[in-house]
Design a protein around this ligand. Structure first.
Ligand SMILES: Cc1cc2nc3c(=O)[nH]c(=O)nc-3n(C[C@H](O)[C@H](O)[C@H](O)COP(=O)(O)OP(=O)(O)OC[C@H]3O[C@@H](n4cnc5c(N)ncnc54)[C@H](O)[C@@H]3O)c2cc1C
Length: 305
């Protein structure tokens, strides 16, 4: 962006717009270089105004809780919009459907649905991201999936125009959501559940305890690094290729769950990306199956000094 445009921009959105914001502060792997512009809108009008003012050639990225994002060490050229802590309405409408903003953490949806006596929404408790990220990924856990519950979504395009789209306009698959057009972000969704008066916090806690026994919850990770190939499990393929515990720099294939790669505190994004590529190569050589990353890799590699 031209220097004069940047100055105007900074003044207009002062307080919500940060320059050179380290993305390591906004990803669950705690890595990632700076974003040129990092915008936390006041509300949806502020967001629309920002999008209208953003030159069309500036790349744009949406971020929720960064729990499925690997931002490279050189960071992101362009603008990041963060929804977490901003788009946070969660309520029931007159039809009994749930209206949920994109920045709402999935765990809050699960807890609130229990209070309302509706479900199935337990699976949201297993997803440590926002609804926006869960829509983009068709995130799922414990046998449930995000888009199964979606009636319609509200989206905003690059020019700041808001519209409603029906769930049927999206192609949905396992950890995949293909939108009808590329340049829209999710603002909110209308979710439909059935009455579940017997749903309780104890069941939810039991699911999470079981998960804690088998996954390195609490360590810095992005959850499952690879999607499961048809009829198999990425974790099984990685473990039987002898890769559990393998380390590159501060990145390590978790000894607890082979499809998790953890940052021990000293990893760079480059360490994590190298380990992902290495796991892919070894698994393909051993099993003849190319694992596909579930995690979204974005940004530029660090420039050499
Ligand atoms: C410990 C751990 C366990 C996990 N377990 C699971 C699991 O069981 N099942 C599962 O599915 N996932 C799991 N994940 C991965 C992750 O939580 C999900 O993919 C989640 O949906 C990502 O949400 P987020 O808000 O963090 O998205 P981000 O990581 O911030 O973004 C992910 C993608 O969504 C896009 N995006 C985010 N918000 C919007 C928006 N408003 N509009 C358009 N695009 C948007 C981003 O651009 C990006 O491409 C786990 C992660 C961790 C760290």
């Amino acid at each position: 962006m031209a220097a004069a445009t940047v100055r105007d921009f900074g003044a207009r959105f002062a307080g919500r717009l940060r320059r050179d914001e380290p993305m390591s502060r906004h990803t669950s792997w705690h890595v990632g270089g700076p974003a040129d512009f990092f915008f936390a809108p006041r509300d949806r009008d502020d967001l629309a105004a920002f999008l209208r003012a953003l030159p069309a050639d500036v790349p744009l990225y949406w971020v929720g809780l960064g729990s499925n994002l690997l931002v490279r060490d050189g960071g992101l050229r362009g603008a990041v919009i963060v929804t977490h802590g901003v788009l946070s309405r969660l309520e029931r409408d007159a039809d009994g459907d749930v209206r949920c903003d994109a920045g709402v953490p999935c765990a809050r949806i699960a807890r609130q649905c229990i209070r309302w006596g509706i479900g199935p929404a337990d699976f949201f408790a297993g997803i440590p991201g926002t609804l926006g990220g869960a829509l983009a990924m068709n995130a799922g856990a414990f046998g449930g999936e995000t888009w199964t519950q979606v009636v319609e979504v509200e989206v905003i395009d690059r020019a700041g125009a808001i519209r409603v789209r029906q769930a049927g306009e999206y192609q949905i698959g396992y950890r995949r959501c293909t939108p009808p057009v590329d340049d829209e972000g999710f603002l909110s969704a209308r979710l439909r559940f059935a009455p579940r008066p017997d749903a309780g916090n104890e069941q939810l806690r039991a699911l999470l305890v079981r998960r804690r026994d088998t996954q390195p919850i609490g360590e810095w990770s992005c959850g499952s690094v690879f999607t499961n190939p048809p009829g198999d499990h990425a974790a099984r393929l990685i473990e039987t290729a002898g890769l559990k515990g393998l380390r590159i720099g501060g990145a390590c294939v978790s000894p607890k769950h082979a499809n998790f790669i953890v940052n021990d505190g000293g990893a760079s994004a480059a360490d994590l990306e190298r380990l992902i590529a290495h796991v892919q190569q070894v698994v393909e050589a051993k099993h003849g199956i190319r694992l596909l990353p579930e995690v979204r890799v974005v940004g530029e590699a660090a420039r050499c000094a």
